[in-house]
Design a protein around this ligand. Structure first.
Ligand code: GDP
Length: 476
């Protein structure tokens, strides 16, 4: 931020006898010393103070019951690649993105609101369950309802199982779209069985999961899917207060050559208006214009709860999942955003002191003494039999204060998605006779997520038992 190359700083530090690397974070004394050497003025800003005071108080404002009005449910589609997420959403909103996209892979987050006889639904389409969970990890759990798309010809696939784990961890109700029902020779019964095996018991079998047979090709079942979404929404009575300054979440943001920073935001509470002063991540500014993401030529003056908008006016492009707040004072907005920009750079360069969940620090993380705590686990193993054997062992580990909860169990190597889920859910990953792939390993290093590798079942059980008893020695 001082416009000084990192090497100059490293050189000064070396002269001072401090051996370090570019990834380290300097303490304040050292920073002052370096700044003096460089002849740079520095000003320590307590990053947390202003945020705490302003943004936290905004978060804490309780909306009086009578101010709450029904809002549209926010729906996200998850599922195995090629099972028809994009096609279904296209069909529901009446445009065709799937066709034009290379390989049919969803590149960007799409967010649209649809009206159905005056009953709106908002769709937020993330490129995959990793993105879904990453947003959640940043505090922007925007999704109310997950539509899990399962192709009738393929059934529940590994990515479907991952998506189920991510959806369940989010706590959002799940509706299954049993898609491609138009294909000849499909066996819906088998898919229902697969779903039941994944703890999604279909309502027709007495469970609470609505399974809607759909075809993005013929349009079959789409009305039912819409109705089911609205029914689930009615049951959950999603509400917000449109008469307060907006709080929202950045879905994605990019630098546009002509318009500057364009930020896709989902308004979560209150009403966002052109002219509002906003801060979002490390970006701030006065909103110059807002458009409807579905019809970019349509300018909007305001956007209420659950409405997605593209807005112009931020100085920097915030990351997906950053919360957006409306402030009164542009100087305060600037201070928060600039402080965060500096902080982000420091985080990027070094450790933040953040403690990820590991078995060793399990007990430090347990705060309440009487409350039953949960240790979240993600199990990955070479074969189904190993998972079953592991689960059997784990059920024996009864503990009065700590409960084991398996968020995800599947056959195969540890994936990036597992690591993201572990990070968001403070889970520990148990890799039994499998290894993480390169992307997963890199992500785990970056996020500080623990992947514990094992080859012997009783070792897993022993370690967990020790962890539960709070006497586990760090892994060698
Ligand atoms: P996504 O990866 O889950 O977003 O899947 P897409 O929407 O890109 O669909 C993958 C492929 O399946 C495309 O070739 C679609 O045309 C096809 N597809 C999607 N839905 C249906 C359906 O209901 N019936 C049939 N027959 N094909 C479908």
């Amino acid at each position: 931020a001082a416009g000084v190359p990192a090497v100059s700083i490293l050189r000064i530090l070396m002269e001072e006898g401090v051996m370090t690397n570019i990834n380290a974070v300097m303490d304040p004394e050292l920073t002052e010393l370096v700044a003096a050497d460089l002849g740079v003025d520095i000003d320590f800003v307590d990053a947390q103070t202003l945020e705490d005071q302003l943004l936290a108080t905004i978060d804490e404002i309780e909306d009086p019951e009578e101010s709450l009005k029904p809002r549209a449910p926010v729906v996200t589609f998850l599922g195995h690649v090629d099972h028809g997420k994009t096609s279904l959403l296209d069909k529901l909103i009446g445009i065709e993105v799937a066709k034009g996209e290379e390989g049919g892979i969803t590149q960007h987050i799409r967010a649209y609101q649809m009206e159905n006889d005056g009953r709106p639904i908002s769709f937020v389409d993330t490129p995959g369950h990793e993105a879904f969970t990453e947003m959640r990890a940043r505090g922007a759990g925007v999704t109310d309802i997950v539509v899990l798309v399962v192709a009738a010809d393929d059934g529940v696939m590994p990515q479907t199982e991952e998506a189920i784990a991510h959806a369940k961890a989010s706590g959002a109700p799940i509706i299954v779209a049993l898609n491609k029902i138009d294909l000849p020779g499909v066996d819906p019964l088998r898919v229902l069985q697969d779903l039941a095996a994944n703890d999604l018991l279909p309502s027709e079998w007495g469970g609470d999961i609505e399974v809607v047979k759909t075809s993005a090709m013929t349009g079959e079942g789409l009305d039912t899917l819409r109705e089911t979404i609205l029914t689930v929404a009615e049951l959950n009575e999603y509400k917000a207060n449109p008469d307060r300054p907006a709080i929202g979440a950045c879905l994605e943001s990019q630098q546009d050559a002509d318009r500057g920073v364009v930020t896709k935001v989902l308004v979560q509470n209150g009403t966002l208006r052109v002219g509002d002063i906003v801060v979002c991540g490390d970006g701030y500014g006065k909103i110059k214009a807002m458009t409807n993401p579905l019809q970019p030529s349509q300018r909007l003056q305001e956007a209420g709860p659950s409405v997605p908008v593209n807005l112009i006016g931020l100085n920097r492009a915030p990351s997906a999942g950053e919360r957006l707040y409306v402030l009164e004072d542009i100087a305060q907005a600037r201070e928060i955003a600039d402080t965060r920009a500096v902080q982000e750079r420091a985080d990027f360069l070094g450790s933040t002191g953040f403690q990820a969940a590991t078995l060793e620090n399990l007990f430090d993380r347990l705060d309440g003494v009487n409350e039953v705590q949960t240790l979240n686990l993600i199990l990955r193993a070479d074969v189904r039999g190993s998972i079953e054997a592991l689960e059997k062992e784990l059920t024996k580990l009864e503990h009065p204060e700590v409960r084991l909860r398996i968020l995800q169990k599947s056959v195969g190597g540890v994936t990036e998605g597992d690591v993201v889920l572990a990070d968001a859910s403070e889970a520990v990953i148990i890799a039994f006779n499998v290894v993480p792939d390169d992307k997963a390993r890199a992500k785990a290093d970056q996020l500080g997520v623990e992947i514990r590798r094992y080859g012997i079942i009783y070792k897993v059980a022993d370690d967990l038992k020790l962890a539960l008893e709070g006497m586990l020695k760090p892994e060698q």
